[in-house]
Design a protein around this ligand. Sequence first.
Ligand code: DX5
Ligand code: ZN
Length: 218
Amino acid sequence: MSPVLISPSILSADFANLERELGAIATADWAHVDVMDNHFVPNLTLGLPIVESLVRVSPIPIDCHLMIEDPDRWAPGYAEAGARSVTFHIEAVADAVATARAIRAAGARAAFAVKPETPFAPYEDLLPEVDMVLVMTVEPGFGGQSFMADQMPKVSQVRDAVRRFGGEVWVQVDGGVSASTIEQCADAGADVFVAGSAVYGAESASAAIEQLRALATA
Ligand code: DX5
Ligand code: ZN
């Protein structure tokens, strides 16, 4: 299994001070950037020009989670902008294979995400085309929601499929991940953990990151 990666979500950060907020999570592995278009999800955050700027100032690699329509058109641009990992939603993509290949060709890791009501099994054949699968543990759109423990069987299902496939595909969880929920995610087979409010809502972001890492590694 790959090492544990902690990817704090800047959705819960101060958007007026993103360079400083990225500095606050410099001890994490990735900085998770949620791109929302107010169509795929009922919320609007930021897009390509801001991600380009974040890549330039971030002390750690950018993990871009695209909650947008038509990722076929937009996702490769985020890879070209320098995001280390680009995740599109399987519910939104028209050609997952072509989009994943375009992301990889632009030098990033490619991933697809599944919403809570979306099953994983129909997409198992995509594993050779991606570097990570994101299992959403809340409905995408907002930070600070309650963790959906009923998604843990899906995390295990993805982990089992990755084992059968035999390649190195990481399994990410996103939504409601905190000190009280991260262990069950790790037990189910996740190895990349997104946490927004649990990190930026803590008194010390770096202490929260270390606590999450320790709990996920134990
Ligand atoms: C939700 C986003 C998450 C969000 C997680 O749609 O994809 O990345 O920031 O926030 P928390 O950790 O507060 O649930
Ligand atoms: Zn996210």
